[in-house]
Design a protein around this ligand. Sequence first.
Ligand code: PLP
Length: 438
Amino acid sequence: MQYYSTNKKAPMADLHKAVVKGLAEDRGLYMPETIHKLPKEFFDNIQDMSFQDIAYNVASAFFGEDVDQDALQEIVFDTLRFDCPVVKVCDNIYALELFHGPTLAFKDVGARFMARLLQYFINMDCEQQVNVLVATSGDTGSAVANGFLGVEGIHVYVLYPKGKVSPIQECQFTTLGQNITAIEVDGVFDDCQALVKAAFMDDELNKHMKLTSANSINVARFLPQAFYYFNAYARMKEIVNCGASDSQSLVMCVPSGNFGNICSALFGHEMGLPIKRFIAANNANDVFYNYLQTAQYEPKASIQTLANAMDVGDPSNFARIYDLYGGSHERISGLISGATYSDDQIRETMRQCYAETGYVLDPHGACGYRALKEQLREGEVGVFCETAHPAKFKEKVDEILGIDTPIPDRLAAFMKGEKQSVAMTKDFADFKAYLMKQ
Ligand SMILES: *Cc1c(COP(=O)(O)O)cnc(C)c1O
């Protein structure tokens, strides 16, 4: 399979190149040249398949031409060593719980898949060391660091905004050591992202070391996220009678920041997954919401909110969504509706949901739940992604709900480690000088 750049000014790349490079030469994002539709029989029988088998079928459609069958199956099965269950919250609303992985957030799926695929390519070529640069607003860093921890031939640099990620998030990538280096940037998430992007464009640096990205822009990270949407459909088919020809239609609601997660769901939709429509739920960072209303895409600086993993002012994957629908605002706004919530609304939603259903939402999932509450129509059943375990935001959740959220063992283990990080300014010259010494 060949991958083209959303900016259309770079040569096509094969999967290997697209994964190692991350971003195309023209700063565009890679897109698969074809999206294979899955056969009707697959969807007819999907409810009888396991999550791993469903995922392997989806993975084959994307990666089957470029990765040996047995190796791909092993990568998929090893990535999905945990479940992504669908849980009923209230009448017509279900949570797709994506927090059962090692770092308790959905990014574990993409990060684990990418680490294993990259290692497959490195082993095949006996390549020199590959350096992964990743900017994080919280959860990406921990998922990527843990996905790559101890993987030979790969070193990971995690850039994060000083003082803007929760202590629990921070310990998940600053205490690991080994092949993981945490870099604490004096700035906001967009500064971290700008440093990573500048590093990829710098010729001298790229001659000095082999760089790749593990942000949600990487095809090996964002495409595998489609796996759990197919599985969610299968599990919903078991629970309620939903689907294209059935009585209830499925609405998928995705709390969004950089729009990688919802973008993978849209790819699933293009492959034939019977989801009727989508909702992109945002916090106060409302760039995409405004685009839906006005057809104008106007990036702005990010605003800090309670749902901090969604504090993105210029979502990278907008370019992919735009490209996927030929730049048509009509098609995009016909399929996806938006929502934007203030911190007060997030708090109110968490309290209301807990009081009415007993379900503990994290601040990100709360945006998704509320959007479904407000927008679900007659004859529809809604699934929202619960993108992180509430314990990852324990201080906030406990304060808002007046409870003591239990900390799962795998999270408690991180909190015992000692923080190690490198202080950095948001000036690219400093970051470059640091990397040139490595
Ligand atoms: C990353 C993240 C999001 C946003 O996902 P995108 O793919 O960037 O849109 C939402 N919630 C949580 C908990 C996250 O970590």
